[in-house]
Design a protein. Structure first.
Length: 535
């Protein structure tokens, strides 16, 4: 655990740490430490969270929570954690009390160890993604207001005689769907209820270490209903690489043919020569600039620049530099999202880290470049406005164009269309499966009235940056785990904080048990109708 700076730490915390350090002449060799050390660690996390965390007031109001108070209520269970497994999951519950999809607890070398880490974040290694999976997938009926209506959305090859797509899920491991969700929810990272529901149904058929192993038996026992028949099956957890899915509910566009694929999108053109293209969007990743340039060049050479563009972002990941894509998809200026930083003890080392990245020639986010320039705009802001805000003891820095990715700090955040760009109307398909930079993309379209958004709001999570720290037992060098804090807001073009506040869609079309198979057909027909091309 880092020693709190005299600028930010309450005197009581500093005094407690000094007493513990003096008393622990023979530190415990166990990673979990003593009850006194766990109590001090808990208090440290609470104090640092109150100081560092950029809480979203609009999210907390919508969810009806006080994150710090909910964290404080977990003190007794945290201090009572006597095994590595108990302490790890106590940390997870503590972190998740903030309801922030971006904030994770990660295993670190020499810290807490678990016999099973499938699906967990591990510092310095690639996460074990081979999470055992039952031979079915389930989905939630978003038309059901209480969020407990589950149905089978896919069946692995070889199991079609026993399970059918559309079968209702009545109970999971002997519990009602509602009760099972309540038990899993403390282990789900989310910033909005729809995103939590999507994450929940993804976890139901998995045996993931995101959830304590005591939640699982030898298999997954599910009670189903098919028509008037009720039946229960015990399903095995299998190697996910061995499962072949039908992908019935995945994106499909009748009447459109694939032109080419990139990491950023798959491009589809109309088989009937309608003046519209479809982009199945995959994310805002490291190849975004070159992929968007390729799209613009293709459209210019083939005469498609005056076409309407449908962007299916329902399966998109996050990333960076989405405004670069928007500049090529629309024909008028727009305002980008803004961002800020909360002032705390981590701001000086954060500035130093970004400066070090800049000197190495790379300012990035998980390997994805955050800026279209070389990062100089970002460094200029950090060394001027942010440093001045920190020195003055302000709560937050000024708001600037998001991460200074597309414009310098003096900019009003308004970007013109790029050359070449599409001149036809824009339609976006949105959904709660993912968020982050996807949320910014959808909010940019909505807040600037750049097009029509159909479907459901995005996942509702976005911030500027996070701060990661390896927690250590007080009075020792013993690592425990990595903990994260969200240290800045994303501010939408309409002036609202984006975290927990996704942009509303123009036409709400929920995914339901009844429309599951035809969902993308419905979205396409509604899009073509909005474009004046419907039948």
């Amino acid at each position: 655990m880092l020693t709190p700076s005299s600028r930010n730490a309450p005197a009581a915390v500093v005094a407690l740490l000094m007493v513990l350090q003096a008393a622990c002449t023979e530190p415990s060799s166990e990673t979990v430490g003593t009850a006194e050390q766990r109590a001090a660690l808990f208090d440290y996390i609470i104090e640092r969270t109150g100081d560092r965390e950029a809480f979203s007031a609009i999210k907390n109001e919508r969810l009806g929570i006080d994150p710090l108070e909910e964290m404080r209520q977990q003190r007794e269970d945290f201090v009572a954690a006597e095994t590595e497994e108990e302490l790890y999951y106590a940390l997870v519950r503590l972190s998740n009390a903030r309801r922030d999809r971006h904030l994770d607890v990660a295993l670190v070398p020499g810290g807490l160890e678990l016999p099973d880490s499938a699906g967990l974040s591990i510092v310095g290694t690639e996460a074990d993604t081979l999470v055992p999976h039952a031979p079915l997938k389930v989905q939630i009926d978003f038309g059901n207001t209480d969020g407990t209506e589950l149905f089978v959305s896919d069946v692995a090859t070889g199991w079609e005689d026993q399970l059918q797509i559309g079968d209702r899920v009545l109970a999971i491991n002997g519990e009602s769907v509602g009760r099972h969700r309540e038990r899993l929810e403390p282990y789900i990272r989310y910033s909005s209820i729809p995103n939590m529901l999507w994450r929940f149904v993804e976890m139901v058929p998995q045996r993931t270490a995101e959830v304590p192993p005591s939640y699982y038996g030898n298999g997954l026992r599910v009670e189903f209903q098919r028509g008037d028949e009720r039946f229960t099956m015990s399903l095995p957890y299998l190697d996910p690489d061995s499962l072949v899915w039908t992908n019935v509910g995945e994106p499909a566009y009748d009447g459109f043919e694939l032109v080419f694929e990139t990491q950023t999108y798959h491009l589809y053109a109309s088989e009937a020569d309608l003046p519209v293209i479809v982009l199945q969007w995959h994310g805002f990743r490291e190849d975004l600039v070159q992929d968007v340039d390729r799209l613009a060049e293709w459209a210019s050479e083939t005469g498609h620049l005056d076409n309407a563009v449908i962007v299916d972002a329902t399966r998109s990941r996050g990333g960076s530099k989405g405004a670069y894509a928007v500049q090529h998809l629309v024909s008028r200026p727009f305002t980008v999202p803004f961002g800020n930083l909360k002032m705390s003890d981590v701001i000086p080392p954060f500035i130093d880290d970004k400066l070090d990245e800049y000197r190495r020639g790379q300012v990035d986010d998980s390997g994805v470049s955050e800026t279209v320039d070389d990062g100089a705009w970002l460094i200029d802001w950090l060394q001027t406005d942010v440093q001045a805000a920190y020195d003055a003891g302000q709560e937050y820095s000024n708001d600037v164009p998001f991460k200074l990715a597309h414009a310098p700090r003096q900019s009003d955040g308004v970007l013109p269309p790029a050359d070449p760009h599409f001149t036809g109307p824009l339609v976006v398909f949105s959904g709660p499966r993912r968020g982050s930079h996807l949320d910014q993309f959808v909010a940019t379209v909505v807040d600037n009235d750049l097009g029509v958004v159909l479907g459901m709001p995005a996942g509702g999570y976005s911030n500027t940056w996070e701060w990661e720290e390896t927690l250590r037992l007080p009075g020792t060098d013993q690592a425990v785990a990595q903990f994260m804090w969200s240290i800045g807001h994303t501010v939408r073009a309409n002036g609202e904080v984006l975290e927990g506040n996704p942009a509303e869609v123009d036409e709400y079309i929920p995914l339901t048990r009844e429309n599951f198979r035809a969902y993308y057909d419905i979205l396409m027909q509604r899009a073509l109708t909005h474009l004046g091309l419907g039948t």
